[in-house]
Design a protein. Structure first.
Length: 260
């Protein structure tokens, strides 16, 4: 099994357990469920913001512990002040050390659109995302069938959530894109080798229809990367480890975005 296979298998067990604790009706009764989602597309394409989707991530399967001390509310507030266009919050606990409480904490201090970054394998997670104040969700083509991607996108859209579809290659892009998606993210990390190269984003750029906001994910470590990717039509740039590996992720984000 690949690490992705392991994550998906565990996620299905985890979601089944969560359903036993909280019903869909319970989720729909939460105060944040009725909150009007903020448009990630509008914020990311706004000329007044940076285009950066700043991520809060404690650990990862490939890097291990990245930051075990940062407080999510402090980081969220700092990312907003730095000029981030959106925030990504990992809610997977087993492999990334995140929880839904992290997203709730970020939501309480920041007005930017927040994406629930997790491995969506069930409609329940989308309803749960709405109930904790997420504005958009991540659908990862590598762990879904094209039919599942399109179905989950429809479910999310019906709840008012926007959708970032993550792809890794031409085949995933062609098979999974549908008119319910809002943003197309190209992950520059090869899930088989974990090697990272922004050349992946460059290669796929012209294949992404213009009605979608183009987002480049992983391996963006300097301003030159962003300037180069903008030439290929990218407007969103997901950055996590570059900020989170420092002692003060909020300050690192502020220093980085000052250069834009």
């Amino acid at each position: 099994m690949t690490i992705l296979d392991k994550i998906v298998a565990h996620k299905k067990i985890e979601v089944a357990a969560r359903k036993e604790l909280l019903s869909v009706q319970d989720l729909e009764g939460r105060p944040l469920f009725d909150k009007e989602p903020v448009s990630a597309k509008s914020w990311i394409t706004s000329p007044n913001r940076s285009g950066i989707i700043a991520e809060f991530k404690r650990q990862s399967p490939s890097k291990g512990l990245i930051n075990g001390t940062a407080k999510v509310s402090d980081v969220a507030e700092g990312y907003y002040k730095a000029g981030a266009s959106a925030m990504s919050v990992l809610t997977d606990q087993e492999f990334f050390g995140g929880t839904v409480d992290d997203l709730l904490a970020a939501r309480s201090v920041s007005p930017v659109p927040i994406i629930r970054k997790d491995f969506i394998v069930d409609e329940y997670q989308i309803i749960e995302a709405k109930s904790i104040g997420a504005d958009f969700i991540l659908l990862i083509a590598s762990c879904l069938t094209p039919e599942e991607s399109k179905h989950y996108a429809t479910v999310a859209r019906n709840l008012g959530l926007q959708i970032l579809l993550e792809v890794h290659d031409e085949q995933e892009l062609e098979a999974h894109v549908c008119d319910k998606m809002d943003l197309i993210g190209v992950n520059n990390r090869n899930l088989k080798t974990f090697e990272v190269s922004i050349e992946t984003s460059k290669r796929l750029a012209e294949l992404i229809p213009n009605e979608y906001v183009k987002v480049s994910e992983s391996g963006i470590s300097n301003i030159e990367n962003i300037k180069e990717l903008k030439k290929y039509g990218y407007q969103g740039f997901l950055i996590g480890e570059n900020f989170m590996k420092t002692e003060d992720p909020a300050k690192a984000a502020i220093d980085f975005m000052k250069q834009l």
